[in-house]
Unconditional design. Structure first.
Length: 195
């Protein structure tokens, strides 16, 4: 009871002529208790019949949504874990592939370098060989030219010294060849003495 209801009950009891004392002062009258129980029963029945089923339905729906959310979260977590494992495996595979490609590139690079070194060496050998051939050809040409000039000069010198003409071609050739052979034989011997 509220603060205003208590003085009203005391006033009603005083009007009836009854004296209220002790605990009876706090207890309501029997008709109040009966009507309160009736109203409480009606409210309880209405609550039990109409409100409680809706309340349970809302709670059940929430429970199912929460359970569905938990299931979705677990499913999403499982998918995320699977995707992580898949990505990790793909990353490891990509790293292995990259390492293999790098090794192939290094090996290919080494093979290309070796091939170009071999080509350069072969080209250098070819150039040196061509140079040797050219030098030998020029030496031969110089030797032939020198023989002809030395022959002519030797013949003129010999004709001046001897006083007779060495116009005979065969004789002139023999004299020049003999002179050059003696000169060639003397040159290595002189070179050995000089050392």
């Amino acid at each position: 009871m509220t603060g205003a209801a208590l003085p009203a009950a005391v006033m009603a009891a005083a009007v009836e002529g009854e004296e209220l004392d002790g605990i009876r002062l706090l207890l309501p009258a029997a008709y109040d208790i009966v009507w309160s129980v009736v109203v409480l029963a009606i409210i309880a029945f209405a609550f039990y019949r109409f409100v409680l089923p809706k309340f349970r339905a809302v709670l059940d729906e929430r429970t199912s949504q929460i359970e569905g959310g938990i299931a979705k979260a677990q499913s999403a977590q499982a998918e995320a874990d699977a995707a992580l494992e898949r990505n990790t495996a793909e990353l490891a595979q990509a790293r292995a592939e990259a390492a293999r490609i790098r090794e192939e590139a290094r090996a290919e690079g080494a093979a290309i370098v070796a091939e170009y070194r071999e080509r350069a060496s072969a080209e250098a050998d070819r150039i040196v060989e061509a140079a040797h051939r050219q030098i030998e050809a020029e030496r031969q040409q110089a030797s032939v030219s020198l023989r002809a000039e030395v022959g002519t000069l030797a013949t003129e010198l010999a004709s001046r010294i001897v006083g007779e003409a060495l116009q005979d071609e065969a004789r002139q050739s023999r004299v020049v060849d003999r002179f050059l052979d003696e000169l060639a034989a003397a040159t290595p011997a002189d070179a050995g003495k000089g050392k």
